[in-house]
Write a protein that binds this ligand. Sequence first.
Ligand SMILES: *Cc1c(COP(=O)(O)O)cnc(C)c1O
Length: 232
Amino acid sequence: MSTAAAANIRENLARLRDRIAEACLRANRAPGSVTLVAVSKFHPAEAVEAALAAGQAVFGENRVQEAASKFPDLRPAHPALRLRVIGALQTNKARDAVRLADAVETLDRPRLAAALADAMRKEGRRPELLVQVNTGDEPQKAGVPRAEADAFLRLCRDEHGLAVGGLMCIPPADDDPRPHFGALAELAARHALPTLSMGMSGDFEAAIACGATHVRLGTAIFGARPPPPGPG
Ligand SMILES: *Cc1c(COP(=O)(O)O)cnc(C)c1O
């Protein structure tokens, strides 16, 4: 990674922290109430190191295998580092996710709930769990259908003993995201869930106005994504 590229990441982060603080002020929220999650998927470990050097501690990755290739080596030198899995999670990767991650944001089906509960018992680790809700009920998208979210949250708690900490959504690309953010916030309030992961590079200020506690920013920090690094 060139010095110029690292400087770019540092400047982007500084600008985004300002924009997050301003969005919090406009929403009458404490500036520290929103966590910036730097989404480093497809970007090399050097980009993560540049962000770490600029004071960024919380990262999001879509693929467990890619996260496994980048993050464990960085942890010893960066004890504050936190990793959140934000991509669709296959059941057979649940154990790796529990071993690697501090949060899994994409719990969205009963078999995955069972696999995560089992992995947490075996690993003796309890990453924070968020339920992903398919607020637009898009057939191709991951997430619990909106109408099934209440029942799924109960199932996670009652049948699997999972302490779900919050909700996550990715609104449909062509919709106004605000009704989706509002619906997710309403569902979280109904279940007394503190964490709301919503908002990406293009819409994070609207998400903060709707109560986001975690915004997931990739492009706005690291620039355009390179092609994915092989299967996994
Ligand atoms: C890639 C990704 C992001 C970041 O998207 P940007 O538009 O680059 O900010 C956020 N959330 C999820 C779930 C993603 O897959």
